[in-house]
Design a protein around this ligand. Sequence first.
Ligand SMILES: *[C@@H]1O[C@H](CO)[C@@H](O)[C@H](O)[C@H]1NC(C)=O
Length: 190
Amino acid sequence: MKSGTSMSTPFVAGIVALLKSLHPHWSPAAIRSAIVTTAWRTDPSGEPIFADGSNRKLADPFDYGGGVVNSEKAAKPGLVYDMGVNDYVLYLCSVGYTDSSITRLVRKKTVCANPKPSVLDLKLPSITIPNLAKEVIITRTVTNVGPVGSVYKAVIEAPMGVNVTVTPSTLVFNAKTRKLSFKVRVFAIE
Ligand SMILES: *[C@@H]1O[C@H](CO)[C@@H](O)[C@H](O)[C@H]1NC(C)=O
């Protein structure tokens, strides 16, 4: 009751309400992205986070997810991983819902592409690859909600035993270009 999701749910709901009043046009996905991508991966004083359990250990993303929410930074995330109705439709297609059940759900004639879109391309601010048997290439699209002429460079901290490359490695935004895509290529090192 006093820790974990039970306690973080009301805190995060309140932060979402504040972000929505600051940025009324942000979608639920944009707000989620802003919160996740600006979270602390240390505690607020810069000390490492530990995972409680039978063996106390240094926490990793499997323990803390995005990290400790930083509401002030979430107001200015720079980039967001946005999603709209169409992205959720692609997701439903990718996990195997039929055209007719998606059509009924969204109340609009929907035909999934063949081959199906990849579930790995769901535009989340995280990447989950259930089985890294062969090389995987995923695509993400980011929207610039920061200063108009922002330039972003990829910085890679690959997990052990995994090679990660990002192309293009630099994203240049301007007044006309608010959304840009990049590819992440991931393979296991033998
Ligand atoms: C990852 O693989 C590419 C070749 O596809 C190679 O150029 C690069 O040096 C590798 N990166 C690391 C960190 O091993």
